[in-house]
Design a protein around this ligand. Sequence first.
Ligand code: OGA
Ligand code: NI
Length: 342
Amino acid sequence: MGSQLLSTVERREVLPESYIRPEFDRPRLAEVMTDSDVPLIDLASPDKQRVIAQIGLACRTYGFFQVINHGIEEELLEKMMAVGLEFFRLPPEEKEKLYSDEPSKKIRLSTSFNVRKETVHNWRDYLRLHCHPLEEFLPEWPSNPESFKEIASAYCREVRLLGLRLLGMISLSLDLEEDYIEKALGEQEQHMAVNYYPQCPEPELTYGLPKHTDPNALTILLQDPNVAGLQVLKGGDQWIAVSPLQNAFVVNLGDQLQALSNGAYKSVWHRAVVNAARERMSVASFLCPCNSAVISPAAALVRDGDVPVYRSYTYDEYYKKFWSRSLEQEHCLELFRSTQLQ
Ligand code: OGA
Ligand code: NI
């Protein structure tokens, strides 16, 4: 079985047919805007109340923000990016060993998004790893490049602590107890996607990742500081390019925080576009509820007499539904609305 990895073939001059989007579904890059008001949050600011208010506003309006002074050493971010790139540069036979298109596998190298379900492919390869509890998964992680395990595990540990801190601040911003969300999500899993978007001969015709929302609770994205590609949908129809910022993370809420907040906070539509001149890397860390966690809107956020916007469900049920579909469909959370709503 030959994989369809993009990173194992020579640079292409023409985009293969199976990556070409129909005309109505192309990125229209000329219409994308760069918004200078993307929320930027300084986590080292001494005014904690103000930081929490800024996070609340960002979650309500944009559904995402960037954080700086997050406490993780810049050197570790650089090493993580470098070792990720080194991984995708390994010889094909090395990468082939890890290739799988089975979404339930906990350690796998794959391409596009869900090659079994989708009709058009995406210009992306990715290494997906489960990362918590680390000791359980680490032995199966790639041992080539040699420093991969050490760097990526240090990175995952730090990002988890940052994620938990952010969840505390997000809880407070909703007027919930600081540990409300952390408790509601149970012993959270953590997954990582190291994304590699090769140079693409025709970026106007395809995506790295098409429009989607993240199914998890919170995503912490490290972007290549030199190559833009992440875009976020604002106001339902305007794509905004999120300019990469040195030593910053992009944080976006996933579907589970939209559900827990009873729809007050948004799990934002986003996508990754590709580039004719340069390859691009990103490292996405996903904090996910534990599989058996029952997710439902926080009672304190449902007004007396109202029906919660979403019904209760287990994360296991949600996650299976998410991966049974292709990315381009409607928001997965729509399938979990309360049916009693008038
Ligand atoms: C993701 C994602 C965006 C990017 O991995 O879910 O949205 O810029 N990535 O790579
Ligand atoms: Ni995403």
